[in-house]
Structures are given as structure tokens and as C-alpha cells.
Design a protein around this ligand. Structure first.
Ligand code: NAD
Length: 334
């Protein structure tokens, strides 16, 4: 049994159910933000090579350890392999390099960020930390199968660089496939998950196979407004939705807390991001109240299959339709 507020991964390690997301946390403030989050009780940090703030986040954690706020073993670091580094030797090298950036001895959970390999780009000269190779928006895929990248992650575990491994943005078929050859357990599946994109079948598949689901973008359109996503601009805010507000009011919590509780109570971990101290605190206070089954169902019924983080939508020059046929597919035509 996992301790309260934690979930046990298939690898045997425990992961906090609430973490802090590092996407769009500026490099310049990341160390202070992370230090402050630890002071407020956060123990899990969700990073990625793509977020370009691993070194600074690690510095914040090291400062907290040196100041006696926490011990290394109380902190859980998740980070991810970016799409340009799927080739086996390169993936292992990247994991080592990212681990050095964090500077904390090991990574707790290492994920394949997306199920698509892009052309290699030297990280030392990488000027465009994104999908694009240049200012013209060029995208080039690479012929590297997922099993090769997964084997790299298994080597990363064998070498003690990461304790657990998993995937992000994968759909059912690639998960079933991976489960036919994996040597180390698939500990976590990180996916976009909010009331407009519930994906109940994908969650069932993961949970039936002992894979812990982590939800990202729990507040739906909110995070994508900053990116000027038309899809997000056209969607009503979840914080203002009458169903979410009603549930929140009944429990004297904020709509954000109701949304996080909706996920956690269904065994799904969350990693909200906030640069605001009050929100940062409230997002952690989501383990001490329970929604009724009717309230959980009412929130789940808001599902519209509306996906915001969709490279089949925002990569205009060369859409990568990795979610085709799954939830959110029809949203692509909007
Ligand atoms: P999020 O759903 O956590 O929303 C962030 C937005 O909500 C920000 O604008 C923030 O100011 C606001 N917010 C936060 N707490 C609030 C509160 N209590 N009340 C009102 N507003 C609040 O969005 P996200 O950053 O997209 O997702 C969270 C994390 O998930 C990321 O930081 C990242 O670590 C991870 N993520 C992973 C992937 C992936 O491909 N694996 C993709 C996106 C995000």
C-alpha cells in the first residue's frame, strides 16, 4: 500500500499524487520557484528537456536539500526524452546528460515525451527547443521505432540513471505493443486529461495493466491561452463552467481544486503548474475532501474529446497526426 498522497508504481517505487509542472516556468526564476514550491510542500517536479529549465530546477532542489528542508529521497523528479533523441545510444546519452543537469544523482521517472522520432539535432547547438528545426518551421521525422527507444530507457534503469520509466502522449495501440516486449515495467503514462478530454478507455487500459496515469493540463484550455491557441480561445473556461463551480462550492474549494480532486480520486496523478504563490498552495490542498460518485460523473460528462496539445493541429506545415483515430480526432477539423 502506498502512503497517503502517494501511488505505487509498477517499478515498486512510490510517486506523489500531486506534483508541480515545470513547462513555461522561465529559466531565470525556475530555481526560486522550485525552492518555494518545496517550502510549500511539493515533492514531485515534472520536467522535460523540452522545457529548458532542468538545470535551474535542480539548483532549486539542491538549495532546499542544503537548507535542510528535504532529503533527496523525499523528492521525486520526472523528466522526459525529447523527440530528436530517440536513437538508442543518443537516448542513453541524453538521459545521462539530463541527469547531470538536475545534479541530484538519479532521475525518479524518465518518460518518452512523444511517440514520434524527429531528425537528430545536436543539443549543443540546439537553438530551437521545440518541434521545429529552424525559423522556417521545418519538421523532419526519423525512422526510429519505439522499441529501440524503449530499450534505451531500460538501459537507463540498468545503469541506475532512472528508477522508473514510462511514456507520454501514447495511445492504446502503441501501449499494447510495448507491453509485448518490455523487460522493465511501464510505470506511468502521462497524458492530457481534463473534463473536455477524459479518454476513459485509455485510462482503463492503463490502469488494467498496472500503469499509473498522470494527467497534464488538468485545467484544460487555461494553459493554452498563453500560447494563443484558437482551440483554447474558443473553449469555455473550465473554471467558469457551472458544473465545476457547483461541485467546488459544495465542498468550499476553488474550481481548480475540484478539477484536481476529480482526477486524483480516480487514481490519476496531477502536475498543475503555477507561478502564483496562493495558487501553488491551493493546488496541493486536494487530498482532504471527497467528491461523490455523482459529482465525479457530472464532471466526466463534460467530455467533448477536445484536445489542446495536438501536433496534428498546431504543426501547420507538417502536422504529426499522432492522435488520429483517438479522442480529440474530430476536434482537429474545427
Ligand atoms: P495546467 O493545467 O497546470 O494550467 C496552468 C495554467 O493554469 C496557468 O495559466 C496557471 O496560471 C493556471 N493556474 C494554475 N493553478 C491555478 C489555480 N489554482 N487557479 C487558477 N488558475 C490556475 O497546465 P500545464 O502547464 O499545461 O500542465 C501542467 C504540467 O503538465 C506542465 O507544467 C508540464 O509539466 C506537464 N505537461 C506535459 C505535457 C506532455 O506532453 N507530457 C504537455 C503539457 C504539460
Amino acid at each position: 500500500m502506498a502512503a497517503k498522497g502517494y501511488v505505487k508504481l509498477a517499478s515498486g517505487h512510490q510517486m506523489p499524487l500531486v506534483g508541480f509542472g515545470l513547462w513555461k516556468v522561465p529559466k531565470e526564476t525556475a530555481a526560486d520557484t522550485v525552492y518555494n514550491a518545496i517550502k510549500n510542500g511539493y515533492r514531485l517536479f515534472d520536467g522535460a528537456y523540452d522545457y529548458q529549465n532542468e538545470k535551474e530546477a535542480g539548483e532549486g532542489i539542491k538549495r532546499a536539500i542544503n537548507d535542510g528542508l528535504v532529503k533527496r529521497e523525499e523528492i521525486f523528479i520526472t523528466t522526459k526524452l525529447w523527440n530528436n533523441y530517440h536513437q538508442k545510444d543518443i537516448a542513453v546519452k541524453m538521459a545521462k546528460w539530463q541527469n547531470e543537469q538536475w545534479g541530484l544523482g538519479y532521475i525518479d521517472l524518465y518518460l518518452i515525451h512523444f511517440p514520434v522520432a524527429l531528425k537528430y539535432i545536436d543539443p549543443a547547438v540546439r537553438q530551437y527547443p521545440a518541434w521545429w528545426l529552424d525559423d522556417a518551421g521545418t519538421i523532419e521525422t526519423e525512422r526510429i521505432p519505439i522499441h529501440e527507444t524503449w530499450q534505451a530507457l531500460e538501459q537507463v534503469v540498468d545503469e541506475g540513471i532512472a528508477k522508473s520509466i514510462g511514456v507520454s502522449n501514447f495511445q492504446a495501440q502503441s501501449i499494447y505493443d510495448l507491453l509485448t516486449y518490455n523487460r522493465h515495467p511501464l510505470s506511468s503514462l502521462q497524458i492530457e486529461h481534463h473534463p473536455y478530454l477524459v479518454q476513459p478507455e485509455l485510462i482503463k487500459l492503463a490502469q488494467e495493466n498496472g500503469v499509473v496515469v498522470t494527467a497534464y493540463s488538468s485545467f484544460g484550455p487555461q494553459s493554452f491561452l498563453e500560447l494563443k491557441s484558437k482551440r483554447a480561445e474558443d473553449a469555455p473556461l473550465l473554471f467558469d463552467h457551472s458544473t465545476v463551480k457547483k461541485v467546488a462550492e459544495a465542498h468550499k474549494v476553488t474550481p481548480a481544486q475540484a478539477l484536481l480532486r476529480w482526477a486524483i480520486q480516480r487514481g490519476i496523478a496531477v502536475i498543475p503548474k503555477s507561478n502564483n504563490p496562493d495558487r501553488l498552495k491551493q493546488n496541493l490542498q486536494v487530498v482532504d475532501f471527497d467528491l461523490s460518485q455523482a459529482e465525479l460523473d457530472a464532471i466526466s460528462s463534460l467530455d467533448k474529446g477536445l484536445r489542446f496539445n495536438d501536433p496534428g493541429y498546431y504543426l501547420e506545415k507538417k502536422p504529426l497526426r499522432i492522435f488520429a483515430g483517438g479522442a480529440g480526432d474530430s476536434a482537429a477539423s474545427q
